[in-house]
Design a protein around this ligand. Structure first.
Ligand code: HEC
Ligand code: HEC
Length: 506
């Protein structure tokens, strides 16, 4: 019988080790342990284990730490796409975070209706829109971040997956700390980078009854019995332990694997039209690179200039925003704008919490209105309605052209066009709204987006805490052509690569 690690040994040529040597190679003894563990694992069916399949083609070499890291990422990928739920095989992470829909819900009817995703149990449903889990900034929540001195970081719309050793706000989720390296201290320098909000977040969906609805112990057992359990052994150097004393630690290590995969180059491919046009331009212009980019249309380039200038989007949708936006009517201002947005790794979010005044969505289940960060410090009126700025990468990624996506935390907006029109005119007493004949919708009833657009009115914001309307936006004086240019620019942020489930799960 072939050894389960045959493929691995075949690729293990010490001379041709192209993995960067991070000075932390497996010792011969460690490697022997890993291989012995793998061979001893009776849940592993050797003939079902071509390593090429476990690694989607490229098998890392055994002598490098790349093996551990790639095994951890691959483990995370399998778990992400595997339907691990109660009832069985009803829900995976990918059921709500579908790569083809920009890592959000691939269900046009729900996006157009209740917005919130159904859970594994028939009838169970959440109460907020699924955000993208790709390009998620793994920065711990802080109470005050430069330059705005507002809270930033954490994951979830309200930042409750804080990623902090000591919570800074009320109601944070369980934190994964260095305990996952118990007995495997040498792994901390390699895997420590994955601790933080992403790993903390990954503890939540499994036991959540409106999501996968499965206990930590059952998740452990599922992974132990799966054909990909070898990846756990290769990553952590020991078999997964689902004993009463061990399952929680193993579950946390699976969460770290999910964080590792979600941090990988596969999930964060930076393969959009904008990324490609920028890379091509840098090749020609070097350090002198600036907009317009040859690889974008005139309209897209114009959208860029508006995004960083007149429309002020980059005041929030930028990793390190500067305020105020440069004045595009001066030549110095325009030159400054054209040198903005050139970062290869730009994620289009300040990770700060703001209230942009999204109207209440009468169709989304749950209590009316979402307090956002206000939920974390009840009584603090200023925080009510503040939600974390989402990334703009893949906002227009959809499986086909007429597919409807829902935008903002309660999915009230159904198109980028209407959301940009809102940014332009939400200040209903401002000159821009007046120019378009827009008024405040009747406040005594609730409105869907379609109803409000038909009546040419904006409903009142669902929460009033520290509204950004009137300050940052709402009266932008954009023409319809300019709105369309901003939307065209947003559409250049769509990855051309679409992650497929591992072959063995397809
Ligand atoms: C039933 C649908 C559903 C499933 C299943 C699900 N998610 Fe989510 N996910 C959501 C929703 C909804 C939110 C936002 C919740 C909130 O902010 O309160 C979210 C938020 C997130 C975020 C935070 C993104 C950000 O920028 O704040 C990440 C990361 C994430 N999910 C990853 C995962 C992983 C990993 C799994 C599987 C273990 C998973 N999700 C399973 C619906 C789902
Ligand atoms: C004051 C900060 C701020 C400014 C300025 C701003 N945004 Fe946003 N944006 C946010 C926040 C916060 C959200 C989420 C709000 C919520 O869900 O309640 C958001 C949501 C979005 C979304 C929805 C993304 C999704 O996944 O649901 C898009 C698209 C968007 N903004 C584009 C823009 C554009 C284009 C501009 C400029 C015209 C702009 N934003 C200006 C903070 C800002």
């Amino acid at each position: 019988m072939a050894s389960p690690i045959t493929g691995l040994l075949q690729c293990d040529s010490p001379a041709a080790d192209d993995e960067p040597d991070e000075g932390l190679d497996l010792t011969a003894e460690e490697e022997a342990n890993v291989l012995a563990d793998a061979a001893a694992d009776d849940a592993v069916e050797p003939e079902e284990l071509p390593l090429e399949l476990l690694f989607d083609g490229e098998v890392p070499t055994a002598r490098s730490f790349g093996l551990r890291k790639l095994s951890l990422e691959q483990l995370g990928k399998f778990v992400f796409f595997d339907e691990i739920s109660v009832p069985k095989r009803r829900q995976a992470c990918a059921s709500c975070h579908d790569p083809a829909a920009g890592w959000t819900l691939r269900d046009l009817k729900i996006n157009n209706g209740q917005v919130a995703a159904p859970g594994a149990v028939p009838g169970a449903v959440g109460s907020i829109k699924t955000p993208s889990n790709a390009y998620a900034r793994n920065i711990p929540l802080r109470e005050s971040c430069a330059p705005s001195e507002l809270p930033c970081g954490g994951l979830f719309w309200d930042g409750r997956a804080e990623g902090n050793d000591t919570p800074v706000f009320g109601g944070s989720t369980t934190h994964i700390g260095a305990e996952v390296f118990k007995g495997r201290a040498t792994l901390e320098s390699l895997f420590g980078q994955y601790l933080g909000p992403l790993a903390d977040q990954a503890l939540q969906p499994f036991p959540n009854e409106v999501e996968q609805n499965i206990s930590e112990k059952q998740v452990c057992k599922h992974v132990a019995k799966s054909f990909y359990s070898l990846l756990y052994v290769l990553a952590w150097g020991e078999k997964i332990d689902c004993s009463p004393a061990g399952f929680m630690l193993s579950f946390k290590r699976v969460a770290v694997a999910l964080a590792a995969w979600q941090s990988s180059a596969e999930v964060n491919s930076f393969s959009s039209k904008r990324d490609k046009a920028l890379a091509a331009e840098i090749k020609v212009e070097g350090a002198d690179v600036s907009f317009p980019l040859r690889g974008l249309t005139d309209q897209e380039n114009r959208g860029h200039d508006l995004f960083y200038g007149k429309a002020g989007c980059a005041l929030c949708h930028d990793n390190s925003p500067t305020a105020p936006a440069p004045d595009p009517t001066t030549s110095a201002g325009l030159a400054a704008i054209r040198r903005m947005g050139l970062e290869r790794d730009q994620l289009y979010t300040d990770a700060v919490f703001h209230n942009i005044g999204v109207p209440a969505n009468p169709l989304i289940p749950g209590p009316e209105g979402s307090l956002g960060l206000g939920q974390r410090r009840l009584g603090d009126e200023n925080l009510r309605g503040q939600h974390k700025t989402p990334t703009l990468r893949n906002v227009d990624k959809r499986p086909y052209k007429s597919f409807v996506k829902a935008y903002t935390h309660n999915g009230w907006f159904k198109s980028l066009e209407s959301l940009v029109h809102f940014y332009n005119t939400a200040d209903v007493s401002g000159a821009t709204a007046a120019g378009f004949g827009i008024t405040r919708c009747d406040e005594s009833r609730s409105w869907t987006e379609a109803q409000a657009l038909a009546a040419n009115c904006w409903p009142k914001p669902e929460e009033n805490g520290t509204l950004a309307i009137g300050g940052f936006f709402g009266d932008l004086a954009l023409t319809l052509d300019e709105e369309a240019a901003v939307v065209a620019y947003l559409k250049t942020l769509t990855d051309t690569k679409t992650v497929r489930p591992p072959l063995l799960l397809q």
